[in-house]
Write a protein that binds this ligand. Structure first.
Ligand SMILES: *[C@@H]1O[C@H](CO)[C@@H](O)[C@H](O)[C@H]1NC(C)=O
Ligand SMILES: *[C@@H]1O[C@H](CO)[C@@H](O)[C@H](O)[C@H]1NC(C)=O
Ligand SMILES: *[C@@H]1O[C@H](CO)[C@@H](O)[C@H](O)[C@H]1NC(C)=O
Ligand SMILES: *[C@@H]1O[C@H](CO)[C@@H](O)[C@H](O)[C@H]1NC(C)=O
Ligand SMILES: [Cu+2]
Length: 307
């Protein structure tokens, strides 16, 4: 009986798979909302969005066969947002997805990469040169089997929080511009060749560190450091045959799940799953632009413009 169900489930999911997936609608930081990028054409993308633009009109994913292409960095044709959401080191960022299918179970991962502060921050950064450190892997990404196979996963917790995730910004960060790479990995097809689905999203942040001396990091090189740890490029970060990528979540109860990619950097402050909560914005935030000398200025909407 179990075998029959296990065989049927992926088939059912096949017919559900045409449904739209998701993207990040907005961030909330200390009650203030900052827009994400809507790739679907359903809503406008004003110049104040902090989410990187993409060509993911179908709200779809990056398959393992493209882990070695720039698509995996910030999704298909990811291109930097011009502005940054200001945040203090130690704050929590509420990341709001615009939905998530329950079938799409798997881990929730977050990374940071510093940009060159003096040159517009992350606004014109070369994504392939970004050096990422993982700050959250939603451990334990596989929670339990209370409801049977395929188990409860971090994505179930995300759905329980109205499709949102709180990302802890490490207190130890130096002041400067960073790209937040937040990613859902859906494993419902992962038993098939090239079946896992990565949904990476990039957003620009201006982090005000606890340091008082201004910007000290961020040469923009591929060997930059966050929290004293070397990051790695996103291209090649995952492999199609990683144990957390090529996996049958319907076959049997797994005893462990190994989240793919690098381990969480020491000094990271992920928000535990038991502390994932809903949040609603109280007002619109004002994003900043990074100008020469690593100063920031509020992003001012053009007079008369809607956005
Ligand atoms: C994989 O990357 C190639 C090259 O960038 C692209 O043409 C193709 O559409 C991508 N495939 C998927 C399924 O995203
Ligand atoms: C749930 O998320 C949607 C965006 O997808 C948002 O419009 C709505 O206000 C949120 N509701 C709650 C209670 O958080
Ligand atoms: C299993 O996970 C769910 C979802 O997080 C949680 O509500 C429940 O308490 C967990 N059960 C056990 C036995 O850990
Ligand atoms: C970065 O790497 C280059 C060459 O790999 C090296 O010359 C440089 O010193 C490194 N910079 C830092 C800050 O580690
Ligand atoms: Cu999907």
């Amino acid at each position: 009986m179990l075998t029959t169900l296990a065989t049927l489930a992926p088939l059912l999911l096949f017919f559900m798979s045409v449904a739209a997936h998701s993207h990040i609608d907005y961030l909330i930081i200390n009650g203030l909302v900052y827009g994400g990028f809507d790739p679907t054409g359903r809503t406008a993308n004003p110049p104040s969005v902090v989410g990187w633009s993409t060509t993911v009109e179908d709200d779809g994913f990056v398959p393992p066969s493209n882990y070695s292409t720039p698509d995996i960095v910030c999704h298909r044709n990811g291109s930097p947002a011009k502005v940054h959401a200001p945040v203090k080191a130690g704050d929590k960022i509420h990341v709001q997805w615009n939905g998530w299918p329950e079938s799409h179970r798997g881990p929730v991962m977050s990374y940071l990469a510093p940009c060159t502060a003096a040159d517009g921050g992350c606004a014109s950064v070369d994504k392939t040169k970004l050096s990422w450190t993982k700050i959250d892997n939603s451990a334990p990404a596989l929670l339990n089997y209370t409801g049977g196979l395929p188990g409860l996963w971090a994505t179930n917790v995300l759905i329980g929080s109205n499709n949102s995730w709180l990302v802890g910004i490490p207190e130890g960060l130096e002041t400067g511009p960073y790209v937040l790479r937040h990613e859902l990995l859906a494993l419902h097809y992962a038993a098939r060749p090239d079946g896992a689905q990565n949904y990476p999203q990039c957003l620009n942040l201006w982090v005000e560190g606890r340091d008082t001396g201004g910007v000290t990091s961020n040469s923009g090189g591929s060997n930059e450091t966050v929290l004293g740890s070397k990051g790695i490029p996103a291209v090649g970060m995952y492999k199609a045959n990683d144990p957390g990528v090529a996996i049958d979540i319907y076959a049997k109860t797994l005893t462990t799940y190994i989240v793919p990619g690098p381990t969480v950097v020491s000094g990271a402050q992920p928000v535990p799953m038991s502390m994932q909560v809903l949040s609603l914005p109280t007002a619109a935030g004002t994003p900043v632009v990074v100008v020469s000398g690593a100063k920031t200025l509020p992003f001012v909407m053009e007079t008369g413009a809607m956005y």
